[in-house]
Design a protein around this ligand. Structure first.
Ligand code: PLP
Length: 425
């Protein structure tokens, strides 16, 4: 079972020369992955941020089992099915007000691609020459060519640079520099050729768990509205309670024109994504002229089994105290972070809802910081799944995590600083 060479499998974000794939996972349970040696590994990053309630939530797994009795995949052009209809309705009801239509796809990246195409289609179909996209420094929106173009340029995508389209980048609103960001956005929008601002609301995930205030997000809305620029909220990571509210946009009290969601849409159980938009965007694609159709499809659009998982996820949010669990987890992080704020080995101790992050004070920073692999090894030996982004250590566990489990993760983080040393000091 051990997936060591000569396995033919090529794993994501894995340098196979340096990082062998160590363990097969036999099953999952709550906050744990159970490996082939029977060890329970605490999934402190929700398996790349997808698992919200915990692994294999019974309501979601039952819904999946039941859906398989009637469905596999069905084409989603010309035909529809109840799970997609009800899920679209349900997501609209809990999403920020004003979003009226839902386009299903199958990953966070495709939900953002769809959003970009909706934005350009909106202006194209109305005969308005706007096609420029504004993004924020350090952003990450996915790994397809379109979403890499919109994301920060760097080690993730240097090899593919010749394929990437140009975007306008505004600076990240570092503390004390917020006005520079707002001014840059205003300048870009003023030009009259910008179709959309694409942002991760409140926290830039893969870019290093960098946070900014809800006030700034509200300002982004104000500026984009002023210049008739669409605001696309990429809530692929921030949705479904991660930042403390259902969607991060709620904290700024804003209505994006387009909102992307995936990951927690099915509680993380199955791949599914949705791009929600305001009526004007849908209507700009309505015509007796077929050339104005929204030309996007993927074979697995609105997979009925994944939609059933999404509906069950909505039921979990409705029927269980998920919001209380989110608040409880946020409080547990806050209590434990106090101690780290005065620990000189760590910088920028920060938290937003259920996400906590801190930077190890080392000389080499960034995604390729050599402390990253050492830290991973250290955590792995303690049966903890924690994958630092270079020297940025973060925890984003599922909401079922207990205080004792979180203590174990934080104790390991404190020890890890000694293990790798802090040569920056
Ligand atoms: N957008 C954001 C903000 C993300 O964090 C991610 C993935 O982590 C994506 C898009 C891409 O999602 P996926 O990996 O499902 O394509």
């Amino acid at each position: 079972m051990s997936a060591v060479p000569p396995s033919p499998v090529w794993h994501p974000f894995t340098q196979h020369r340096l990082d062998p794939v160590f363990k097969g996972i036999l099953r999952t349970e709550g906050a744990y992955l159970i490996d082939e040696d029977g060890r329970a590994v605490l999934d402190a990053i929700s398996s790349w941020w997808v698992i919200t309630h915990g692994h294999r939530h019974p309501t979601i797994m039952d819904a999946i089992r039941k859906a398989t009795e009637s469905f596999d995949q069905i084409i989603f052009a010309e035909y529809t099915h109840a799970a997609a209809e009800e899920l679209a309705q349900g997501v609209i009801e809990i999403a920020p007000a004003g979003l009226s239509h839902v386009f299903f796809s199958d990953s966070g990246s495709t939900s953002v691609e769809v959003a970009l195409k909706m934005a350009l289609g909106f202006f194209h179909n109305r005969g308005v020459p706007r096609a420029r996209i504004v993004v924020m420094e350090h952003s990450y929106h996915g790994d397809t060519v379109g979403t890499m173009s919109a994301g920060a340029r760097g080690v993730f995508n240097a090899a593919y640079e010749p394929l990437l389209f140009a975007v306008e980048t505004i600076p990240f609103p570092a503390p004390g520099r917020e006005q520079d960001t707002l001014d840059a956005l205003d300048r870009a929008c003023r030009g009259g050729d910008v179709a959309a601002l694409l942002v991760e609301p409140l926290v830039l995930g893969a870019g290093g768990m960098k946070t900014y205030s809800a006030h700034l997000l509200a300002e982004f809305r104000r500026i984009t509205s002023r210049w008739n620029v669409l605001l696309i909220a990429d809530e692929v990571m921030t949705g479904w309670g991660r930042t403390g509210t259902h969607f991060a946009c709620e904290q700024a009290g804003i209505m994006p024109d387009i909102l992307c969601t995936s990951k927690g849409l099915t509680g993380g159980a199955l791949p599914l994504a949705a791009t929600l938009c305001q009526p004007a965007i849908f209507e700009a694609h309505l015509s007796t002229d077929r050339s104005r159709t929204f030309f996007h499809s993927s074979s697995y659009t609105a997979n009925p089994i994944a939609c059933a998982a999404g509906l069950a996820n909505l039921a979990v949010w409705r029927n269980e105290p998920v919001r209380d669990r989110v608040t409880r987890l946020a409080n547990m992080h806050a209590e434990r972070l106090v101690h780290f704020r005065s620990d000189p080995r760590f910088l920028n101790v920060r938290q937003i809802g259920t996400v906590a992050a801190l930077d190890l004070d080392v000389r080499s920073t960034g995604y390729l910081s050599e402390v990253g692999p050492s830290l991973r090894t250290f955590f792995r030996r303690r049966d903890l799944l924690i994958r630092p982004l270079g020297n940025v250590i973060y925890l984003m566990p599922p909401y079922c995590v207990t205080a004792a489990e979180l203590d174990r993760a934080y104790e390991a983080i404190a020890e890890a600083a000694d293990f790798v040393g802090t040569p920056g000091r």
